[in-house]
Design a protein around this ligand. Structure first.
Ligand SMILES: Nc1ncnc2c1ncn2[C@@H]1O[C@H](COP(=O)(O)OP(=O)(O)OP(=O)(O)O)[C@@H](O)[C@H]1O
Length: 801
């Protein structure tokens, strides 16, 4: 029995109605499964009192808050049978002749190390993680199985590739016997459909966002499983992004395997990466479903043998860098990348190099010598620098890590780290941009002896973390309370009154057995408003992947709607009262009941996602209904004089609204523990990286000889210590915190927020442009431990209340 039918207003047969529930509730129940919501049109017109009309409109719309039938996603297709069975003892069989023939068809005469075992594992249906350094031939590991699987059963191989800009090149770079296409979220729907109609395709390249973006929402860039050929296996390029322990973690990678399993029935995964520490690799392997006892199937040395590495601890880095670039080893190299941590530094170093090297080398134009690159430059400027570097018209690029992702230049001959990288994986990835052609290349790292780089990188890590208070605010926004439980209980009363107690339906039984009454509500959280360090998307992914599935992430959406009537309040009243516009009717009814009167307003602004949720409509339907007002002929011929705008790009999700206080606390604790663990791990990696470089560093660059030093250095500042002891400065710091709080009495700070300001860490809530002007506090206590500062600040805040 449909629990909801009880509360449906009675509508006379044949009476004119507004259709309030035209295509299904957010649980996407079809029209037939859940009866349409009908509102007598008389309610939307004049003649009834405001209060009465509002109550009736809401009466007709609230039952959806009670319980929506659970959305049952279609069952995934059955997984593909592997090409080869496992041999006795469950081991991969000997490579058959057919595989060597396929290798030849792809243009190669023999396998390189790691390729054969990988190919055979994939053809035997075993998920595999391949960690091979750049240029070792990882691509063949998916190309060959894709070719053979398709030959046998016309199936498809999915390749998830993070760089949309490189996808077209990847497609055209495949061997001629492999037909591939790509789909990414920058393509229009028509372009995507045209791609899918291209006929026989062996490989489909997808961006992670294109795949995950549509999870469960029906707006995926990818056609549904029943429209696609069977998927043989999925290859995840740059697989280290799956692991949150990796330097390049991307939240949507977290959802990849789940989506591939649940929607496309994929069981066999191939992860490819050139940079993964053992911890990252283990984590990725776990995501790919590789049993722990199999370990990491294919793994080579992290650093390609053609790279010559060196580290020095020069006191004057600028001078040493110039000398290095003029020296015997780097002086003759034509293509060099210099990595810096800070954007401002890139411009300064590039100018320094241009000035110092002008005229000292072979006669070349000034613009050939060096240029800066960072994410703060305009897109055109970045393109210009990258193009000049690629074409050999620029010798040195001084860049932040923004440069190099997807750089396809095989003859980069040198990489210099002016600043220390944040961990060993980043280092390996950055030096991996040199010598991809297999020819010798040189990489030098300047390790700041005073530990200044270390402090800077520590600041970045603290800047990426949030405190418990901020997490709590997010949790409150995500799990906004709903009325499901209250309405459910009212409904129980009705049943009891009607003596139907003994026939309680399945949903009330469910509640008694501890299951939820609420079937999740749609919520939007504006991306701009969330002044977060850590990606809020990461936190939301944690909640989605939690065993309790606290929420479901949907593709981003514009959540705010602004409706403006050019002909003033009278026109808005007409829209609200006479037109069949259920969203406006419902919004105004809710506002009226909340005591807000819009009768003299000519514009409205509201959250279209929560409105849609309260009506039980899909967001796109509500948006369409609102947009139609712009052209409604009953208002005026042609343009109606009503303007409807959507703004505020937001995270869009579906979450429970009936969590108990204990559950909310446990969600906060869970998120906080994850955040703290990430911070700890990042700090640990940073220190380990510093100590490792320190142990092999030379005093100056010109001692470096053939590579890393072998002497342990003992005459430098230890990595983990702070030069100034907090206890000696405590009273001064506390006084400064009190002064800061008294100057900014109108604002609210957490202890962590003050520590961020004292460390000069900007955030959308406390931007450097505003707080950085006050030099009395900004960056003042940079050399003190962040957590101790936060503790002192928290104590002072509590004492001031
Ligand atoms: N078995 C093989 N025999 C000869 N050449 C090979 C073999 N496998 C791959 N190659 C060649 O090695 C080069 C590098 O291969 P590929 O691009 O697959 O490397 P990769 O490990 O994916 O590198 P990256 O991490 O930079 O993407 C290519 O030119 C490819 O044609």
């Amino acid at each position: 029995m449909c629990l909801l039918r009880e509360r449906r207003p009675k509508i006379q047969a044949g009476s004119p109605c507004l259709l309030l529930h035209s295509s299904g509730c957010p649980g996407r129940v079809g029209k037939s499964a859940c009866s349409s919501r009908l509102l007598p049109s008389s309610l939307a017109e004049n003649g009834t009192s405001d209060q009465e009309r509002s109550e009736k409109i809401l009466e007709a719309t609230t039952y959806l808050d009670v319980r929506r039938p659970a959305y049952e996603p279609p069952a995934p297709p059955a997984p593909m049978e592997p090409l080869y069975d496992l041999g006795p003892e469950g081991k991969v069989r000997e490579t058959p002749e057919e595989v060597f023939e396929a290798l030849k068809a792809l243009g190669y005469s023999s396998f390189r190390p790691g390729q054969e075992v990988t190919v055979m594992r994939i053809l035997s249906g075993l998920s595999t993680l391949v960690v091979l350094s750049t240029g070792m031939g990882k691509s063949l590991c998916y190309q060959l199985p894709a070719y053979l699987y398709h030959k046998r059963s016309q199936c498809l191989t999915l390749v998830i590739s993070p760089l949309v800009s490189l996808m077209d090149d990847q497609v055209s770079g495949l061997p001629p016997c492999l037909k591939a296409v790509c789909i990414h979220s920058n393509m229009t729907k028509a372009q995507r459909e045209a791609v899918m109609e291209k006929g026989e395709v062996q490989v489909l390249l997808l961006s992670p966002e294109a795949l995950v973006g549509g999870s469960g929402s029906g707006s995926s860039c990818l056609p549904s499983a029943d429209q696609l050929p069977a998927v043989a296996f999925a290859c995840i390029d740059e697989a280290h992004c799956v692991s949150e322990w990796s330097h390049n973690f991307r939240p949507c990678y977290l959802q990849l395997c789940k989506v591939l399993r649940d929607r496309l029935g994929v069981r066999c995964f191939l992860g490819l990466t050139a940079t993964a520490t053992l911890a990252t690799a283990r984590d990725v392997a776990q995501h790919l479903g590789i049993p722990a006892e199999e370990g990491i199937a294919v793994r080579s040395a992290a650093v390609p043998p053609n790279l010559h590495l060196s580290v020095s601890m020069d006191r004057d880095r600028d001078q040493a860098l110039i000398a290095l670039l003029q020296g015997e080893r780097f002086g003759c190299l034509d293509s060099i990348i210099i990595y810096c941590t800070r954007r401002e530094e890139t411009a300064r170093i590039a100018a320094l190099i241009r000035t110092c090297l002008q005229g000292t080398l072979v006669r070349r134009p000034l613009k050939w010598i060096a240029d800066a690159y960072h994410a703060g430059l305009s897109a055109a400027e970045r393109r210009r620098v990258q193009k000049s570097f690629m074409s050999g018209q620029l010798r040195v690029v001084v860049a932040t890590v923004a440069f190099g992702m997807g750089l396809d230049k095989s003859d980069v001959r040198g990489v210099v780290h002016y600043n220390m990288p944040k961990n060993f994986e980043s280092y390996v990835q950055e030096i991996g941009r040199a010598g991809r052609d297999g020819e010798p290349a040189y990489c030098h790292l300047f390790l700041e002896p005073e530990g200044g780089d270390l402090h800077e990188l520590r600041r970045h890590i603290y800047g990426d973390t949030v405190d418990f208070f901020t997490i709590k605010k997010l949790v409150q926004k995500v799990f906004t309370p709903c009325k499901c439980l209250e309405l459910h209980q009212k409904h129980q009363d009705v049943i009891r009154v009607r003596k139907f107690l003994e026939e309680e339906d399945s949903s009330s039984m469910a509640r008694q057995s501890g299951q939820r009454v609420c079937y999740k509500h749609e919520r939007a959280i504006p991306i701009q408003q969330t002044g977060w360090g850590i990606s809020i998307e990461t936190l939301l992914c944690y909640l989605e992947l939690h065993p309790q599935h606290w929420l479901e992430l949907l593709p981003h959406t514009y959540s705010s709607c602004r409706l403006l009537c050019y002909r003033g309040p009278q026109q808005l009243r007409t829209v609200a009262q006479r037109l069949d516009s259920p969203p406006i009717a419902v919004f105004l009814a809710r506002e009226r009941l909340a005591g807000k009167n819009h009768s003299n307003a000519s514009s409205l602004e509201f959250d279209v996602v929560s409105l849609s949720d309260s009506m039980g409509w899909e967001v796109p339907l509500v948006k369409r209904a609102l947009r139609q007002l712009q052209w409604d002929p009953r208002l005026r011929e042609g343009k109606s004089g009503v303007m409807v705008e959507f703004g505020e790009l937001s995270f869009h999700l579906r979450a429970y609204g009936d969590l108990t206080d204990q559950e909310l606390d446990s969600v906060c604790d869970f998120l906080h523990q994850r955040v703290v663990a990430r911070e700890k791990m990042a700090l640990g990696q940073l220190c380990a990286c510093f100590q490792a470089f320190q142990s092999v560093a030379f005093q100056t660059w010109d001692e470096t000889g053939d590579g890393f030093g072998v002497r342990m250095r003992r005459d430098v500042t230890p990595a983990v210590s702070f030069p100034l002891q907090l206890r000696d400065w405590e009273s001064q710091i506390r006084a400064d915190i009190r002064r800061f709080l008294s100057i900014r009495q109108d604002e609210k700070f957490s202890g962590r927020a003050i520590a961020r300001i004292f460390h000069g860490i900007g955030s959308p809530c406390f931007p450097a442009q505003v707080y950085g002007h006050d030099r009395r506090f900004w960056r003042k206590y940079l050399t003190f431990d962040f957590h101790q500062l936060a503790r002192l600040a928290t104590e002072e805040i509590l004492a001031s209340r």
